[in-house]
Each structure stands twice: as C-alpha cells, then as structure tokens.
Design a protein around this ligand. Structure first.
Ligand SMILES: Cc1cc2nc3c(=O)[nH]c(=O)nc-3n(C[C@H](O)[C@H](O)[C@H](O)COP(=O)(O)OP(=O)(O)OC[C@H]3O[C@@H](n4cnc5c(N)ncnc54)[C@H](O)[C@@H]3O)c2cc1C
Length: 410
C-alpha cells in the first residue's frame, strides 16, 4: 500500500468542538495546519446536547451570525430559557430567565444534537489555512528528532504527517494523551453517562427548560431531560464513577429502572417511544487538573479533562481550550519555537476559566447523600436563588455577546 507523506508545523488530532475551535482560530490567525478526524461529519457523539453560555460566547467570537441564524424554537438548535430541578421529594423548582427584566433578550441556553452543532462548527474551518482530513484515524504517534510522526489510515491508504506541534483534541480516549501523558482514570474526577433519544415525552415546559431530576432511590446521581422541541428529548443519566462504585450502582440498568418505574418519570413517558438504543460514554472532569502541555504538544477538550465537574458540560469548556490553544500556537509559530517554555502558561489560562466550577465541586464532595438531599429539597427553592439566577444570567449574557475572551500569554 502506498504511503502519502505530509509536513506541517501544526497538526490537530480530532475535529470535535475543541479541535474544530482550535482550527477555526488558527485560520483566523492565518496559520497553515492540518486537522484530522476518524469520523466523517455529520457524526454523532454521546452527549446531553446542552449548550451553555461558554459555548455560545465562543460561537459569537467565531461569527456573530452563527447563533442568530441557527437558533430556532425547534428544528436545528432549540432555544432554552432556563432549567427545572426535580427534587428527590418530587417538588419542582423552575429557574426561568425573564428577558423583560433584563437588558438581554437572548436565551441563556440552547440544545442541539451533536450531528448539528459539531457539523456547524467544522463548516467554519477555513480551507485556505486548514487541510481537513476526515475518515482519517491516527493509529500511531511517535517522537522522532524533535518532531512528531503521526501515522494514520484513511480508507484504503496510509498517510504520515510530520509536525512540530501536535494538538490532542481526540476526546475522552485520546491517543495523543496516551502518547504524552498518563490516561489512568481517577474515579473521583471522572463521571459516566448514558443517553437515549425519546419522542412523545409529556410535561415539558413551554420555555423548553432543561430538566434535572435527583432520584430518591439513587442518591448522588441525576437524570436529565433536555427538550429538542415537539416532545422530542435527549434523556440521560449520570454520576461520578466513585459514587457508582461506592453505592454499587449500575448506570444502564438503573437508568432503565427509573424510566420504567419511577412515577415522576415513567408517567411522562407512557405515550413516548425510544428513538435509539441506550449508549454510554465517559466524562473526564476538570477537577483532575491534568498537565495539558509539554515539548511540542497541547491538549484541548476532553483529552485535557476539561468537563465541568458541577454541570457535566464539556462543549463550551472544550471550545474555550481550543481558542486559548490557538493563541499559544500563534506565538509558538511566530517564534518558530515549540518547546515547553513557549507553552508554559497554557494550563494557568485554561484552568482559570473553570476555577469556580472546580471549587464548588470540591465543596459539594463534602456533602453526605442526606445533606445533599436536604440541600436539594429545602435550600435550592429559596426565592433568593431565583433572583441570583436572573442576575447571573444577565451577567453571563453580557459576557457571551459583548466580551471576547482575552488570553494572557505571559
Ligand atoms: C453522557 C454525556 C452527556 C454529556 N452532556 C453534555 C452536555 O449536555 N453539554 C456539554 O457541554 N457537554 C456534555 N458532555 C460532554 C461533551 O460531550 C464533551 O465534553 C465534548 O464532546 C468534548 O469535545 P471534544 O472536542 O474534546 O471531544 P469529542 O467531541 O469527543 O471529539 C473528539 C473527536 O476526535 C476524533 N478522534 C478520536 N480518536 C481519534 C483518532 N485516533 N484519530 C482521529 N480522530 C480521532 C473523534 O472522531 C471525535 O470527532 C456530555 C458527555 C457525556 C458522555
């Protein structure tokens, strides 16, 4: 079989939200590079499909028209005005953003199937600066004389890419991470999740609220119902891996049990039907704070373990790391220097963006299941939390629509 060889300064492995964002910003900085992905887009990714204001902020920084042109009441990207918590007691608390008492009229959240949002993102990659190879699986990565050699297979041909800097954007099971670091799973900083699409789900809020339910029968775990419009929803279930092993939970069968037997959920699915099978994947949490740079390499997104430990959201944090990585790469290319010294403040810049989430997560880990149940049942519904939500969302909308993310390289 023939081998095709390429030489480039930068190669990104993985074109999910983190890798695509890195590539988009490298294109804006006019830096030629390669980006490869094992899949061909549109491709699915097991996810809750929730987009937070971090993701919306980076989308706006890419192009102000993306959200404006694509957010709709249903169809492509579902606008979502807040969330509904269903407490272990069965009580509900709804946090609905009211645009009438704010300077902002945009929704604070959005929900989009990954086949849609990830495809929208790769469409923003600039072909003038980026050679984007789909259906291309990295099979071996080696360091040779200060360069990287990436061996990849592409349908019926083999390719080799030689580069000075490799960006690991290849997700939770990252091959780049396995090459440069340690991919051992730390159960205290890792979660598992399953999801299934359903149609005909009843009882969803007219403002398309994201719903999170804390089942009484399985403390410290949560089920979500994220509406995609017209009774169609992404329903999923997740928990910290250390919780699963401590309480002997089985994520898939417990999920099925809740859907079939828990009256708070089963009643809403009595006329509904599953649209696919239950599928699971891991969530590497940012609280691990792994080292994400070194001589000639950077990690972004799930490969960098950047999922928010409090919300389970990793699309926005992954895109944030992509933008920050691109700024560091721009400087490295300008200086034609790719060693650790030129990338050394990368970790500081990425973890600064998830510091509050990590601190809140660490505090919540001190709570026993009983305390957590009490907080959910009693504290969260106090009116002051609804007021805080309205104020916070206004602040976050201001940042997402009017403030570009500024990266401090030194
Ligand atoms: C059950 C579940 C629910 C979730 N819910 C949410 C949510 O509601 N909101 C949210 O923000 N986040 C959520 N997340 C997290 C989110 O899915 C991830 O954080 C996000 O996808 C990370 O993006 P990424 O670009 O780093 O990786 P990915 O999206 O995983 O992309 C990695 C890419 O790398 C490619 N790749 C992998 N290996 C290779 C290889 N060897 N060669 C070439 N290409 C390769 C893959 O094909 C893929 O396209 C959830 C995760 C799970 C598991």
């Amino acid at each position: 079989m023939t081998i095709q060889t390429f030489h480039t300064k930068v190669c990104i492995v993985g074109a999910g939200p983190a890798g695509a964002t890195t590539s988009i910003f490298l294109g804006k900085y006019q830096i030629p590079h390669f980006i490869i992905d094992a899949a061909c887009f549109p491709r699915d990714k097991i996810c809750g499909d929730g987009l937070d204001l971090k993701a919306i902020g980076i989308l706006n920084q890419i192009d102000k028209n993306i959200i404006k042109n694509n957010i709709k009441q249903s169809d492509k990207i579902q606008a979502c005005w807040g969330f509904r918590l269903i407490h272990p007691s069965g009580k509900r608390t709804e946090f609905v953003f009211d645009p009438n008492t704010s300077d902002y009229t945009q929704p604070p959240y959005a929900i989009s199937k990954r086949t849609v949002i990830d495809t929208l993102l790769v469409q923003q990659i600039d072909p003038e600066y980026s050679t984007f190879l789909q259906n291309t699986v990295a099979t071996k990565i080696k360091r040779i004389n200060g360069k990287w050699k990436i061996s990849a297979s592409q349908e019926n041909k083999n390719i080799e890419i030689y580069c000075d800097l490799i960006v690991g954007a290849d997700g939770e099971r990252s091959m780049v991470l396995k090459t440069v670091g340690d991919r051992k799973i730390d159960r205290n900083n890792y979660a598992g999740g399953v999801r299934q699409y359903w149609s005909g789900v009843e009882g969803m809020h007219e403002k398309h609220l994201m719903e999170v339910y804390y089942p009484k029968s399985k403390p410290m775990s949560y089920l979500w119902i994220f509406p995609l419009g017209g009774g169609y929803a992404n329903i999923g279930y997740g928990m910290l891996s250390s919780v699963a092993s401590k309480y002997n939970y089985n994520i898939k069968s417990d999920f099925k049990d809740i859907l079939e037997k828990d009256p708070l959920i089963a009643d809403r699915l009595k006329n509904a039907k599953p649209e696919d099978s239950i599928r699971g994947w891991g969530l590497p949490l940012a609280s691990l704070q792994r080292k994400c740079y070194g001589d000639g390499w950077l990690l972004v997104g799930d490969a960098a373990s950047m999922v928010s430990p409090t919300t389970g959201e990793g699309i926005g944090t992954g895109m944030t790391t992509g933008l920050i990585a691109a700024r560091f790469i721009q400087r490295a290319v300008q200086q034609n220097k790719f060693d650790e010294s030129v990338l050394k403040n990368y970790d500081r810049e990425i973890f600064r963006r998830v510091k509050d989430d990590i601190n809140l997560f660490k505090i919540s880990m001190w709570f026993s299941p009983k305390m957590m149940g009490w907080v959910m049942n009693n504290l969260i519904q106090l009116p002051m939390f609804k007021k805080m939500f309205q104020q916070k969302v206004t602040q976050w909308l201001h940042t997402a629509y009017h403030k570009d993310l500024v990266v401090n390289l030194d």
